[in-house]
Design a protein around this ligand. Structure first.
Ligand code: ASP
Length: 250
């Protein structure tokens, strides 16, 4: 068996022709990165359901990663029950090798990343997704698709060995992105100010994904879907407002 080069996240398809009749193909990466599972006025995952079904196509076996929560069994049960209503079968996290898609749920991003490191799953998930297994994340599960978790909103309640994450996309995400309330008397930093601080120390672009917004990634093509506009923050530039349906030019 010929050794294949590591697939790059930049090019759309990777073909290695071994003999005239055999073509080993790397599939393009497919991701659905959801800002939040809960949106005001909807039940759990209700707003995302049509986008999840469209994204999955005919895929029906999804492994759920519950490690952002404390009680893995309970969290998996909730997601299993919800996804059964979509005719999607939810497998336990240790069955990722037999899954057509992986779904990582929200919760605390530090706890999620620490557990993925402890279980040696960072490289494994990255490898599976780069070889064509679909990836869905919500909130903390969306945070870890970026190069690091430095733009999470969470408290570091535990400490992972590194802040480096899956690096499936070349930009950071800030889920549950919140605009300042002009009537508020609160004096803490706004989300925009926190992201500006990130850019004082780091150059990676950040997508502020408001609740209701999702990014659909087809290899290097990134489209905002869902009901909310998003904000793109690039170092040294004014933030850009991205409308649903638009491509993100990064
Ligand atoms: N705690 C969030 C979640 O629901 C993640 C975040 O806000 O960064 O997973």
């Amino acid at each position: 068996m010929q050794t294949l080069p590591a697939p790059s996240t930049q090019s759309r398809y990777h073909f290695v022709r071994k003999r005239v009749d055999v073509c080993v193909c790397y599939a393009a990466m497919r991701l659905l990165l959801i800002s939040s599972s809960n949106v005001h006025g909807y039940g759990y995952l209700d707003h995302a359901e049509p986008f999840i079904l469209d994204f999955l196509g005919g895929r029906r076996r999804v492994a759920f990663i519950p490690f952002a929560a404390h009680d893995h069994a309970r969290y998996t049960g909730v997601v299993r029950e919800r996804m059964a209503k979509m005719n999607v079968e939810v497998l336990d996290a240790d069955a990722i090798d037999g899954a057509e898609a992986i779904f990582t749920g929200g919760g605390n991003t530090f706890r999620l990343l620490k557990t993925l490191y402890e279980r040696n799953l960072i490289g494994r998930i990255r490898e599976l997704v780069r070889s064509g297994v679909f990836y869905m994340g919500s909130s903390a599960g969306t945070n870890i698709a970026g190069p690091t978790i430095k733009t999470t909103n969470d408290m570091p309640i535990v400490w992972p060995p590194s802040l480096d994450a899956l690096g499936l996309v070349p930009f950071q995400i800030n889920p549950h992105y919140l605009d300042p309330d002009p009537a508020s008397t609160h004096r803490g930093e706004t989300r925009e100010e926190r992201i500006r601080e990130f850019h004082e120390e780091n150059a990676t672009p950040v997508v502020g994904l408001r609740e209701g917004g999702m990014l659909r990634v087809e290899d290097a093509v990134v489209r905002l879907v869902g009901s909310s506009a998003a904000r793109l923050f690039q170092r040294g530039q004014p933030p850009l407002e991205i409308q649903p349906g638009a491509l993100l030019e990064l």
